[in-house]
Design a protein around this ligand. Sequence first.
Ligand code: DGY
Length: 424
Amino acid sequence: MRDDRTTDTATRRTEALDVLRSNRAEGYTIPSATLYPFQWNWDSAFIALGLAGVEPEAAKEELKSLCAATWENGLLPHIVFHTDAEGYFPGPEEWGVDVDGVATSGITQPPMVVPAARRVYEATGDDDFLDCVYPALERHLEWWVRERSFDDAVVYVRHPWETGMDDSPAWTEPLAAFDPGEVEYEREDRKSDELADQRPSDWDYDRYVSLVRSARAADWDERSLRESCPFLVEDALTNAIFVRACDDLAALSVARGDDTAATTWREQADRSREAIRDRLWDEESGTFVSYDRVGDRKLEANSVAGLAALFGEIPTNEQFERLRRTLRDDFFAHEFAVPSYVGEAFDPDRYWRGPVWINTNWLVADGLRRYGATDFADRIDRDSRRLVEREGFREYFNPETGAGRGSDRFSWSAALYLELTGDR
Ligand code: DGY
């Protein structure tokens, strides 16, 4: 008898590859043709992760092209504008940055590039690839410690876009605490009425744009921005990925026979883990939260960022038990796991204020397996597959109805579907 499930999966895998190939440009993949027509930092990392076992050459190219955009000081920009396609705001002229003839943004994103590079290296064993990307990866993590930490342990972001979770309700308080002034600009992201209701609000955009313009006016100087930027946040998700990146860079150092570097990065990971447990754990809500360095307070939002601490193996066993209860009681209460946020501002259709995203599902499931919680991890993977198989490779999904939201033919949903259904 025909196995329909297998046939469905095989068909979907073919479609996933088709999405990735059609979104591929020269050496990199755009997240989606409708909304994001350039190379995005953590998108490329998730795309490479998914391609590692299927099209390893494309996975290597993806990371090599991203690493090539690393600034001299080590910042890895969140967007690399390889082309001057129109229809995106804020485009290259808004940032005014040039790296060896290529325009980039002036902010970063969580350093998923390192875990992705480790995965690609382990899938290919290609030492030339490792030699090519390693210096940029190390320079980038050194930059986080040197330029983006008050204590050489916990790292901070200076723009909500740097967290990847742009309009998370966690950022409402720090964003409300400053006046963006009169900001003139024209948004390009509301391509339809439906999309307009799902994208961040104008209130958020005023502040996003104001933060970009004032950082540009400061010539992207991190030291001076540390004094003047009104948004400085130690984000739970960025820190979880940063710690995992340090562990993974240590593993890559071992592969290069560099034991001294391996020790340095292992020690960094341990130091960061300890400080994060101390500063970002919130006993009352049973999860990790972010910390506002300007307002000097915890940002108590129950979001998937707190659960992602598992990806960095941050929770102690005791914290893990509590976190698992939070996941079960607050997040599994919805039909589809894992909503990006559960709390008063929950909105099942709006960007990072409730919808399920395949990349954060992947991070949380990976972390749960590290703690031996395979039953919970399996539930999350099953929901990711169910959503994609029913709705296609959408950007995000309503956690109550499963309805696909945001753009369609979204690259990391396709790439991570390949990862979830491949030989793991
Ligand atoms: C966008 O344009 O919505 C991005 O999230 C910013 O990087």
